[in-house]
Each structure stands twice: as C-alpha cells, then as structure tokens.
Design a protein around this ligand. Structure first.
Ligand code: SF4
Length: 549
C-alpha cells in the first residue's frame, strides 16, 4: 500500500534544505501568532523557528508561546504510562542499542505468559493503568504470540475497571496490527529512529531485518489501515542532525492530518543515551543533542501538535523532565527495560535510565501545578505479587572460584598467543594460524566469561553488597564488566584489521591491556569475596558455601 514513504520521497530534499537554513523565512511573531490562533505549523515555519532560536532571546519567546498554547488547548492532566518489556532477544544489530544481537553483555530473557502475568499483577497493584508492551525483534515472538499478552493485559485491566494497552514493537504487517487490535490493543508507538536514509542505513547493518527504511516509514499507515487510529511517532534524537529529524517528524505528523484527519496520538522524544556494551552510545558525537536544543525541540513539537502527548521517559532525569512536561503529556515514573525487571529491579537493560521519586510524590508535584494524573489508581496490597518477587538467587561459591580458575587459564593462553604473534614475520600462513587461535579465545571470553559476569551481577553481588564500603567496589566491578564487553568488540575489530594488514601492533597493545585489567579485576573480586566469606564464617560457623539464598 502507498504510505508516507511515497510522500516522503518528494519531501526529504526540501527538509534537507530547510534543516540548514540560517535566515528565518518569516518573522517569529507572525508564525507564533498564527499557531496561537489555531493554525498548523508547517515545516517551513518550524525551520524558521529553529533558525530564530539561534538567538537565545527568541528561543525563550518560542518556549513561552509553546507553554501558552498547551495550557490553552491540552487537558489539565498528565498521563502516566509504564513500559513492560516482554523479550530482549533480538535478531537486529542496531548500533545504538543494548539489545543488539551481538552484544554479549545483554541479558536475554523471554517472559512466559505466566511470568508476565505475575509482573503485571505487581504493576497493577502499584496503581498503573496504562501499560506499554515493549519488545525487541525476537524471531521467536510472533505477532500471534504477542496477541496473547495483549489480551491478558486487556483482561486484567478490564477486571480493574479499565485502562489502556499500548505497544512498541518490531514492524508488523497490517493483518498483524488487526489481530493485535482485536486482542485489545489501544495504540501503537513506533519511532523511525532517524528519517535520514543514509544515516538510517549506517546505524542498521546490511542484511538486518530493520534496515528496510521505507517499509518502516509505512508502519503508521499499516496500523491505521488495520483500524488503530491512535499512533505515536518520533525519532531517536542523536542519530542524525536533530533539525532534520524534528522537521521530518513534523512533516510526518502533518501527513497524518492531511491523509487521515488524525492528530498523532503521541510524539516520542527519546534522546540517545549510553547503553551497556554499546560503544556508539558512550561518547558524544556531532549529532549529540544538548539540553538546550532538546528544550527547543519539545517546544516546537508542542506548537506543532498542541493536542498530542509528548512521551517523557526516564532516559532523562526527573528534574529535567519536570521542567519540560506540559499539560496533556505522557510521563513515566517507573521504568525497567529488562523483561521481568520489575520483579528484580535496577538491572541493566536496553539503555540507561534515571531513578525517579516515588509515584505519590510525583503526583503531588503535578497537583501543585494544577495538573491531575491519569491512569494511576490507588495502590493496593498485593500479597500474590509480593510472593512473586524472587529471593536473592543463590550462587555456588565453589563453582564461582572454579570458573575464575578457568578464566585465568584462558588468559594465560591468550597471553601466549600474543607473545608468539609479537615475534612472527606476518606471513599469510602465520597470520591465518594466529587469527584462528585468537578467534577461539575471543569466543570463549564473549560467551563463558560474559555469562560468568552476568551471573555474578545477579547472584553474587547482591550478597556481597553488605556495607557502604562494598557498594562502590561492586559498582566498579560492573563497570569493569561493561568495559570488557566493549573491549572484546574492539579486539574483534582489530583482528579484522590485522588479518588485512599483517601489522599486529594495535592488537598486541589492546590484548595486553585487556589481559592485565581482567587479572586485576579477578584479584579484586576474589579479595572481596574472601573478606565477605570470612565475616560470614565468623558470624556463623554453619554458613559460607553459598552466596545469597
Ligand atoms: S533497537 Fe530494537 S531492533 Fe534494534 S537492536 Fe535494539 S531491540 Fe533490536
């Protein structure tokens, strides 16, 4: 079916031009006046606002006007929404995402319907009534399977007097959206990531499912054709020039108005944040969106779509979000991005999030601003949900120590290969032999060692976290794990360079550093575990062979 992709083919050149203008096309007062009188903000005017905003005094005028428009047109309420991840398995390789297939640090969990139900009971007992089901592109989680989770959510909400089911998922066909709608889905949130095709293709590996730029551009048309009239759209800010992406989002929203007579139900404003084991997300780039620019994007979106909800999420700090959120927006206070995360809390997931105050404190803060909070009912006692919270997992210390021994042995092997490599001539046969040996080593560290790190984090560290002194050390161990994941990726890439050039220089330096740091890390962990074990033995001669429990 024809969709936005067709319209966008002729529009993107214009957006490219407009994203770069320095001189506004019309006076700021005229543009704001028209919008305040109910006019539509087209991409030319939005681009002019961005150009005006290069001057801070005009930026402030735009922000005040946006606030005024929202106060007048949007309901005096903020909607709460809570994301619930169903799976973290993914067949894609989006370079910015903690769940990309090759990230060895990602914990892979697919929630069974039963476990999902337990988690949902807990969330509902907290009062949440707007549930966003989120899933990565897991080939073993079909839309038909997903429909069962939608239906279960709908039934539980209806039993409590009603609520809303939203979805952020891989892209589906029209029939799939129809099936999900029939199961009880209310609205669909999808982000185009970036609307700039060359950069979209850079961020998404050749051959990956997600790399179908135009197929993705038409998700919203397919969902609407399936009868889902509430759709949210947006871009992941930081993947490309924010002016281009913000203008494309506005163009897309105006297309929905023109074509279907629909306002976007919501607009996503996710900003690229560090994710565990994701090199591309760790450092600022030329596309990093500053706080000031982020504020401006929020204001211009508010002006462009005064009745749509901006989706404030815990990628940003609570204080920052509070300073931006307006009447009629969506707000997240509880956010775990690991499937089952609400039963385990504070584990690394798809991306890093901020801690927020308790829900009721947030509700009171909004009340002081004259805003009510929707989709948050009174909290209820939930003995069943409490019972579902797993006890601290047990880890066998003996097995843990044996695994350290195995890792140390393989570190010795790695060191030996590097030493051998340092004295070779770099002839093709030698290169091939070294590469083959290193691949075996690398595979071991990416699988066995990373699995070991993950089980330490879930089973050992909670037990070792006994006093104020141990907390920063455990935090340091977690950072070491993350650095190891990234370093293994780096080493992998350097192996490819070595295979081509025959120069092992970088490989040797990097390998030596990884080996040295990993040995130091193992020493430090063992020391902390020894101290903990001695303290436990002193307290009780019966204890000492298992952590947690
Ligand atoms: S962004 Fe989505 S599709 Fe891409 S790797 Fe992450 S979870 Fe998978």
């Amino acid at each position: 079916m024809a969709g936005f992709s067709e319209a966008f083919r002729t529009e993107r050149g214009r957006i490219d031009f407009l994203s770069d203008i320095r001189e506004p096309l019309r006076p700021v007062s005229v543009i704001l006046d028209e919008v305040e009188k109910g006019g539509t903000l087209g991409v030319e005017d939005a681009a002019s606002l961005f150009a005006w905003a290069r001057d801070p005094s005009h930026r402030a005028i735009i922000q005040v006007a946006a606030q005024r428009v929202r106060d007048r047109l949007a309901p005096k309420a903020v909607e709460f929404i809570i994301p619930v991840y169903l799976t973290s398995f993914c067949q894609n390789e989006c370079l910015y995402c903690g769940y990309r297939q090759s990230n060895p640090l990602a914990e892979r969990i697919r929630l069974s319907l039963e476990d999902f139900g337990k988690q949902l009971d807990l969330i509902l007992s907290w009062g949440h009534r707007q549930i966003e089901l989120v899933l990565s592109d897991d080939p073993d989680f079909s839309p038909a399977e997903l429909a069962r989770y939608v239906e279960a959510t709908r039934q539980k909400l209806d039993a409590l007097g009603g609520g809303v089911v939203a979805l952020c998922s891989p892209v589906y066909e029209r029939e799939d959206y129809a099936r999900l709608r029939a199961a009880g889905l209310d609205w669909v949130a999808e982000w185009q990531e970036t609307y700039h095709q060359p950069h979209f293709e850079r961020w998404h590996f050749p051959g990956s499912q997600k790399r179908q730029f135009e197929f993705r551009l038409d998700i919203w048309d397919r969902a609407i054709a399936a009868g889902i009239s509430k759709v949210a759209l947006g871009a992941l800010l930081g993947l490309y020039d924010w002016r281009y992406d913000a203008l494309a989002v506005i163009e897309h929203g105006n297309y929905l108005r023109r074509t279907y007579g629909l306002e976007p139900h919501a607009l996503g404003i996710p900003r690229l944040k560090p994710a565990r084991g994701v090199l591309a997300s760790q450092k600022p780039s030329r596309f990093t969106v500053s706080d000031e620019d982020f504020r401006l994007i929020v204001s211009v979106y508010h002006l462009a779509f005064p009745r749509s909800r901006l989706f404030f999420n815990t990628r940003e700090s609570y204080e920052f979000n509070l300073s931006l959120v307006a009447a009629g927006d969506l707000f997240t206070v509880d956010c775990e991005t690991l499937p089952g995360g609400y039963l385990r809390r504070n584990l690394p997931g798809q991306f890093s999030t901020h801690d927020y105050p308790p829900r009721r404190e947030v509700v009171n803060t909004f009340a002081q601003r004259g805003l009510s909070c929707q989709y948050l009912a009174e909290e209820t006692e939930s003995p069943r949900a409490e019972a579902a919270v797993p006890q601290a997992m047990a880890l066998d210390l003996k097995q843990w120590a044996e695994e350290h021994t195995v890792i140390r042995e393989r570190l010795n092997d790695w060191q030996a290969i590097l030493s051998w490599l340092a004295i070779q001539s770099g002839a093709p046969a030698e290169r091939q032999a070294a590469s083959a040996a290193l691949r075996v080593i690398l595979h071991f560290f990416k699988t066995f060692t990373i699995t070991h790190c993950r089980s330490e984090e879930t089973a050992l560290f909670p037990a070792l976290d006994q006093d104020a002194a141990s907390a920063p050390r455990l935090q340091g161990f977690r950072r070491d794990h993350e650095r190891l994941g990234i370093d293994l990726d780096r080493f992998d890439r350097q192996m490819s360079s070595y295979a081509l050039s025959g120069d092992p220089g970088v490989l040797l330096t990097l390998g030596d550093r990884i080996i040295r740091e990993l040995r130091e890390h193992l020493d430090a962990e063992e020391e902390l575990a020894r101290n903990w074990s001695s303290a436990r033995l002193a307290d009780s001669p019966q204890v000492g062979q298992s952590a947690g429990g």
